[in-house]
Design a protein around this ligand. Structure first.
Ligand code: FES
Length: 67
């Protein structure tokens, strides 16, 4: 599913960016080689970032704790 219509950024793109270290929407845009356009996706992107971080921490608590 697309989270950012303007730049065609999908949930899986956000997940990959988070796994690569993204923690803010601007980090996701950067990881995707894009710049934000309208910005209306920022709230949903933040939610997805938080959900993905939560899933990653639940899956590998010792690895995330080492950060
Ligand atoms: S929907 Fe993401 S910048 Fe417009």
């Amino acid at each position: 599913m697309y989270l950012c219509i303007c730049r065609a950024i999908r949930e899986r793109d956000v997940d990959a960016a988070v796994r690569a270290g993204a923690r803010r929407p601007v980090d996701v845009f950067r990881a995707c080689g894009q710049n934000p356009q309208c910005g209306s996706c920022a709230s949903d992107m933040r939610k997805r970032i938080d959900q993905t971080i939560g899933r990653e921490q639940a899956a590998a608590p010792t690895l995330m704790a080492a950060d």
